[in-house]
Design a protein around this ligand. Structure first.
Ligand code: THU
Length: 150
């Protein structure tokens, strides 16, 4: 994990992805936690798919911003990704990182996906990857073909 700031990121596509994830926070449906999270998923085609957290009165049904983005993308036929940016503003220095469920769902499509965590309030960015966030993940290739009879 590398800690940096938006100002120090020179790659225009990464800067844009970070800013897009911050904008996606404005759509967050968060009547319960009031904690807005935005995600921007960069497809290998260059297309960017956004997501926000969508909460529910049955709290456990809440869907995180990262899973919203990936489900939106896959449902549109977009399944290959080159990066994700996640934005949230926390009270302390901590930059919000994907929950365990989101890590597994992201790993399904790219176990080495670069991950950029951004706090748009103080400009802090943490650069990491799915390899670091979910080592030794169970991946599609790990399933035994015999399970499916082929
Ligand atoms: N949340 C996300 O959307 N993504 C994360 O990476 C962490 C948590 C959401 C779920 C819930 O709506 C709120 O943030 C508080 O946990």
């Amino acid at each position: 994990m590398e800690n940096t700031t938006l100002d120090d990121i020179k790659d225009a596509s990464v800067r844009s992805l970070l800013e897009t994830s911050a904008l996606a926070r404005s759509k967050a449906y968060i009547p319960y936690s009031k904690f807005a999270v935005g995600a921007a998923l960069l497809a290998t085609s260059g297309q960017v798919v956004t997501g926000c957290n969508v909460e529910n009165v049955s709290f456990g049904l809440t869907i995180c911003a990262e899973r919203t983005a990936i489900v939106k993308a896959v449902s549109e036929g977009v399944t290959t990704f080159s990066a994700i940016a996640v934005s949230a503003v926390s009270k302390n220095e901590f930059i919000v990182s994907p929950c365990g469920a989101c890590r597994q769902v992201l790993a399904e499509f790219n176990a080495n996906l670069p991950v950029y965590l951004y706090n748009p309030e103080n400009g802090k960015v943490c650069i990491t990857s799915m390899t670091v966030l979910l080592p030794a993940a169970v991946l599609p290739a790990n399933l035994n073909d015999a399970l499916f009879g082929n």
